[in-house]
Design a protein around this ligand. Structure first.
Ligand code: PMV
Length: 328
């Protein structure tokens, strides 16, 4: 039996080939495969302690009690772990993000990755990374990818084993790149990703086209990454985001704002002027720019001047999740 306490960390990731839509809602299996880069420096740290005196799980996020929906999602993950560990004890969970939470900056990815690893460790389950990643995927599919470092893929089929975890495609130094996160709003995202995907699947006339084309884009992007072809990776990254947002847009699921469009336009202008920069957006108004390391400073300075861009965070490809305390 474990010591019942674990401290873990995980980093955010940004999808280059996007996941959007669910093949199997109950098991949270993506409709399309995705490929992301894990980012150093955008980190969630989680402490989880089992406590026999608790009558329910508790969850503190950045020093205050977490919102009810975040607590409910945490309890769902912990219930899965308790069933596997055959151990009923409740847990006290506390998480800290070193980047703004709930502003569409992928905090759910690093959050559920750190939580899954902490829960598996503290409840004493002897699981490999694939199984821990599968656990994180059931809470947030993008979180499955944050267990691994560098460039990471997540498939869209549940194997007969029932375990669908993410896998590393290439190490962090495969491409000499940076990601510039251009923050355009400090608020919560308007439509959560699960809701946005559901609405896109039921209402968008272009959802079927997205589901058909996305696996090809994923395959082409993976091949370009393995060939270290940054130009092609960049083109496909921007194309994947535009196709995802176009399908959502047609269902009235609109994440972009004026500032998003200004930032995207600027990235295109910078590219036309010879800089290696490509834009991508997730379920929020921020623009993330994939940029070559050598062009990063010039692109960052230009993006900071775009009207509506509040600040720009620079991140580089980084490591997967890890255990700081607890475990074997
Ligand atoms: O894992 P979720 O439910 O937060 O969905 C993530 C969806 C996108 O961020 C838009 C795309 C992706 O692949 O990360």
């Amino acid at each position: 039996m474990s010591a019942g306490r674990a401290v873990t960390f995980a980093h955010a990731n940004i999808a280059l080939a996007k996941y959007w839509g669910k093949r199997d809602v109950a098991n949270n299996v993506p409709a399309v495969p995705s490929l992301s880069v894990t980012l150093e420096g955008m980190r969630t740290s989680t402490t989880l302690e089992l406590d026999g005196s608790l009558s329910a799980d508790t969850f503190e996020l950045n020093g205050t009690a977490a919102p009810t929906d975040a607590l409910a999602r945490t309890v769902t993950l912990l219930d899965r772990v308790r069933r596997e560990a055959v151990r009923a004890t409740y847990a006290r969970v506390s998480s800290q993000n070193d980047f703004p939470t709930a502003s569409g900056l992928a905090s759910s990815a690093s959050g559920f990755a750190a939580l899954a690893l902490a829960a598996v460790t503290a409840y004493g389950l002897d699981w490999d990374t694939a199984r821990t990643s599968d656990l994180a995927r059931r809470s947030s599919a993008s979180a499955a990818r944050s267990l691994l470092g560098g460039f990471v893929e997540l498939g869209n089929e549940l194997p007969s084993s029932g375990v669908l975890g993410a896998k590393q495609v290439a190490p962090p130094d495969q491409l000499d790149v940076r990601v510039l996160v251009c923050v355009t709003s400090e608020g919560q995202k308007a439509i959560g990703s699960t809701d946005g995907m559901g609405r896109t699947a039921t209402k968008s006339p272009y959802y079927a086209a997205w589901v058909e084309r996305a696996p090809e884009m994923f395959g082409e992007l993976k091949a370009a990454l393995l060939a270290k072809d940054l130009e092609r990776v960049g083109e496909l990254t921007e194309a994947s985001a535009l196709a995802m947002h176009a399908s959502a847009f047609a269902a009235g699921v609109v994440y972009v704002t004026g500032a998003t469009l200004e930032a995207m336009t600027r990235v295109r202008e910078l590219r036309a002027s010879g800089l290696a920069a490509w834009a991508t957006m997730d379920a929020g108004p921020h623009v993330k720019v994939l940029v070559s390391r050598t062009d990063s400073a010039a692109v960052k300075a230009a993006m900071e001047r775009v009207p509506g861009v509040l600040r720009v965070l620079e991140a580089k490809p980084g490591a997967g999740a890890g255990v700081i305390e607890g475990g074997k």
